[in-house]
Write a protein that binds this ligand. Structure first.
Ligand code: AMP
Ligand code: GLY
Length: 424
């Protein structure tokens, strides 16, 4: 079966790689892909991940048997509905179900309605009542733009003054445009974070090994937020019964709630959680695989991911669950970033040592922001590469990932040296 993977990051390279291990996989197209996806034997297609008409036409003309969507934007604009209307098989939630990520106000209301634990909140379209609410509760808050803002729409506020600034920027100055016309303001929680992802066929869920990502750019969680500087899975101190609690109180109620609304959630559901003193609280839902969590989770999957995805799109996930196997060890992922990222950075810099790194046992170099220039792999984004390694335990996986990462070089390259350290 020929497969189309939509997207161009490390997540999509890992998804294409996982699918390629299936004996049923034929040609794997990646739109638009990166240097790594083409060097791995997949066929890059120069179509932007958000160009739904062109993607649809491509899938039809090449008789693609399954399309797997990486990023949230095409899901939020209805790629699944459009493909299905033309009789094409595609894996991801429909537009209505993808609102769990594309509208934070929708997601909060949904969580309250379905008893899913989350921070106390209110939604506002106007500045004066929002400020009045923040003043009245008198505790630190978080201001979130309702719509998709490429991970930049969340402001953690230490004081009322900071909250006022964030609300003014969103509601009066319109810095997020349409996405910030409505805001969610919620109580600020504290505790370690955890990402729990699950496959769903609209009714049942298959929970993946849990993961933790590192969003700040520098060691010790210093510096600005990024798209993610590394991840590891599973988090050693997380007990099975906590995951079971999250499955019962967060993931399954979300799937059940969507089914009851008449928009069954078929795809990967990602719960971003904070483990607070009063139990796990849901910070956000994402309607897709996480990046870079995927690069740490999929190497742990021993079973055929194409089988799992097909069982989801065919509504029979439960039938394959008893046979699904994961490695018992750990996987660690280190992101190699461009100098200056998450601020401005240069592109087009040659990358050395990729083959040496990939030759290490149990190491997977998934490309993120790379392209080809005259037969050389060069940098093409802020997050350039993700180096993942399997190990019998987290220390071994981290050691292998860092050893492989040390083989790679490009001008200005930087990476966090403390991925997973708080769990060692
Ligand atoms: P979100 O996109 O909603 O997950 O927010 C991005 C990040 O902001 C999360 O990963 C947390 O680190 C932080 N965050 C979001 N909501 C809260 C909250 N209610 N309390 C504390 N931190 C939060
Ligand atoms: N790692 C966070 C995300 O994928 O949204």
């Amino acid at each position: 079966m020929d497969i189309l993977v939509i997207g161009s990051g490390g997540r999509e390279h890992a998804i294409a790689w996982a699918l390629s291990r299936s004996s049923q996989a034929g040609v794997i197209y990646v739109a638009p892909g990166n240097a790594g996806t083409s060097l791995s034997g997949f066929q890059n297609i120069p179509i932007h991940a958000e160009d739904i008409p062109a993607l649809l036409q491509f899938a039809q003309s090449r008789r693609v048997g399954l399309t797997v969507v990486g990023p949230e934007v095409p899901l939020s604009t209805g790629i699944v509905d459009r493909f299905q209307a033309m009789g094409l098989h595609i894996f991801g939630p429909c537009q209505a179900a993808a609102q769990l990520e594309s509208s934070k106000a929708f997601a909060k209301e949904f969580m309250i309605q379905h008893g899913i634990p989350t921070a106390h909140y209110a939604r506002f379209d106007a500045y004066p009542p929002a400020v009045a609410w923040v003043r009245a509760i008198g505790k630190p808050v978080v201001v979130k733009a309702d719509g998709l803002a490429a991970g930049k729409g969340v402001v953690l506020c230490d004081s009322v003054a900071e909250a006022e600034t964030a609300l003014r920027a969103c509601l009066l100055e319109g810095i997020f445009g349409e996405a910030g016309r409505t805001v969610v303001v919620e109580e600020r929680l504290s505790g370690p974070e955890l990402s729990v992802l699950a496959f769903s066929d609209g009714h049942s869920i298959l929970v993946m090994p849990n993961a933790r990502d590192h969003k700040r750019v520098f060691d010790g969680d210093a510096g600005p937020n990024t798209g993610g500087m590394g991840a590891f899975a599973p988090v050693p101190e997380i007990a099975d019964d906590l995951i079971d609690q999250i499955r019962r109180t967060v993931l399954q109620p979300a799937i059940d709630g969507m089914a009851r609304r008449g928009s069954p959630y078929i795809g990967v559901l990602y719960a971003g959680l904070m483990l607070t003193a009063s139990g796990p609280k849901t910070l956000e839902f994402n309607c897709r695989f996480g990046d870079p969590e995927t690069q740490a989770i999929l190497p742990l999957l021993k079973s055929d991911m194409l089988d799992i995805i097909q069982s989801c799109t065919e509504g029979r996930l439960e039938s394959i669950m008893p046979d699904t196997r994961w490695h018992s060890g750990a996987c660690a992922t280190v992101v190699l970033a461009s100098g200056g990222y998450p601020g401005n950075y240069a592109k087009g810099l040659p990358i050395d040592g990729l083959d040496r790194a990939a030759a290490h046992p149990d190491v997977f170099v998934f490309h993120a922001g790379t392209s080809m220039s005259e037969d050389r792999v060069v940098t093409a984004g802020g997050r350039v590469l993700t180096v993942s390694a399997l190990g019998t335990d987290l220390p071994t996986a981290l050691q292998r990932a860092y050893l492989a990462a040390s083989e790679i070089h490009f001008e200005g390259m930087h990476y966090r040296k403390d991925i997973g350290r708080t769990s060692l």
